[in-house]
Design a binder for this molecule. Structure first.
Ligand code: ADP
Ligand code: TRP
Length: 331
């Protein structure tokens, strides 16, 4: 049976980008694979969150995962810091990763551009910690969005380097994966790039957003004056609205707006109103579940404890083996 690992940092509420890039993709695999899903609290330390906020965010993200349909009876759902073996593997992999390749990673470059005052070593070795998360379970598939593709390429490099150095076939070469289709990049509402929690106010639709909030954000989404002739190519901002519609609306609705775009009768106000409604239909059951689950501390504690035990059992095996391979052996 194949092993699947994915994680999300507890740096804010889950949004539709997280859902369609990672969570939904993972949900489709839970029945048929050995699945691990974790809250990446170690990763979030690069930005020095306040301890109370960190703890609250971990609980919140966990509740959101569960509300999306992650089943702790089938999958292993755990907190990254409950599996400290990850950090030992991180140390081993750090010995095999080159400063040059880490400096060249697109995410590192972007992070230092955005936060030039906090270029810490944890940021530089972020992809190594991520590789440790994946390789600690010797996973082969990693359900993530398109922005994580390069991190997976780095993970494969570290895995191959380890195997080569020690002459073993120990770590597999995991791939970024989306169930049966291409990796996804869900666009944001500001017409520029991807939906993300740090991309600015109003760019992301969160799974906890109420009806009126969704409406307000969607109605503000960037559009233009409309097509000036039949069957034109859509400008990026308009293509983004269509992409979002393809995630939550029915085929008939999408076709209706495709046709009206092509024959120049489209009214973006109507399209956005429809999109907001369809998003709300999609989000509202998840939103209600989030409220129920996040209020149930006992249940969350039970899930986390069971997840920690299961993750630990597997992680321990990998670390014991890796130690032996490296030459860290008892006398
Ligand atoms: P954010 O970018 O909002 O900070 P994270 O970096 O925590 O979110 O991403 C967690 C997961 O969600 C990753 O697998 C990432 O690829 C996916 N993801 C985030 N935003 C998007 C998006 N706009 N489209 C597709 N996948 C996304
Ligand atoms: N780097 C991922 C992100 O920012 C989160 C993450 C950390 C992750 N470790 C992982 C994703 C392991 C998949 C597998 O979105």
């Amino acid at each position: 049976m194949e092993t699947v690992v994915s994680g999300i940092r507890p740096t804010g509420n889950l949004h539709l980008g997280n859902y369609f890039g990672a969570v939904n993709n993972f949900l489709k695999m839970q029945q048929d694979a050995n699945c691990y899903f974790f809250v990446a609290d170690y990763h979030s330390l690069t930005t020095h969150p306040h301890p109370d906020n960190l703890n609250a965010s971990v609980k919140q993200v966990l509740a959101e995962y569960l509300a999306c349909g992650l089943d702790p009876e089938i999958s292993t759902l755990y907190i990254q810091s409950d599996l400290p073996e990850t950090t030992e593997l991180y140390l081993f992999l750090n010995m095999l990763s080159y400063v040059g390749e880490l400096e060249r990673s697109a995410s590192f470059k972007e992070k230092i551009r955005k936060n030039p005052d906090n270029v810490n070593a944890g940021l530089l070795t972020y992809p190594v910690l991520m590789a440790a998360d994946i390789l600690i379970h010797r996973a082969t598939k990693v359900p993530v969005g398109k922005d994580q593709e390069q991190h997976l390429e780095m993970t494969r490099n570290f895995a191959v380097r380890f195997n080569h150095l020690y002459g073993v076939e120990f770590f597999p070469e995991p791939v970024a994966y989306n169930f049966g289709v291409q990796l996804v990049k869900v666009p944001g509402l500001d017409g520029s790039g991807k939906m993300g929690k740090s991309e600015g106010e109003g760019n992301a639709i969160f799974l906890i957003d109420e009806d009126d909030v969704i409406k307000k954000k969607v109605m503000r989404a960037v559009t233009d004056v409309g097509p000036t002739g039949p069957n034109q190519q859509k400008p990026d901002a308009i293509e983004n609205i269509f992409s979002l519609m393809r995630l939550v609306s029915s085929n008939d609705t999408i076709q209706h707006f495709e046709d009206s775009f092509n024959n120049c009768t489209i009214r973006y106000g109507d399209m956005k109103k429809q999109l907001a409604e369809d998003m709300n239909v999609f989000i509202s059951p998840i939103r209600e579940k989030i409220k129920l689950i996040s209020a149930d501390e006992k249940y969350l504690a039970k899930v986390v404890k069971a997840g920690a035990d299961k993750a630990h059992e597997n992680g321990r095996k990998t670390i014991n083996e890796a130690r032996k391979i490296i030459g860290i052996r008892s006398f």
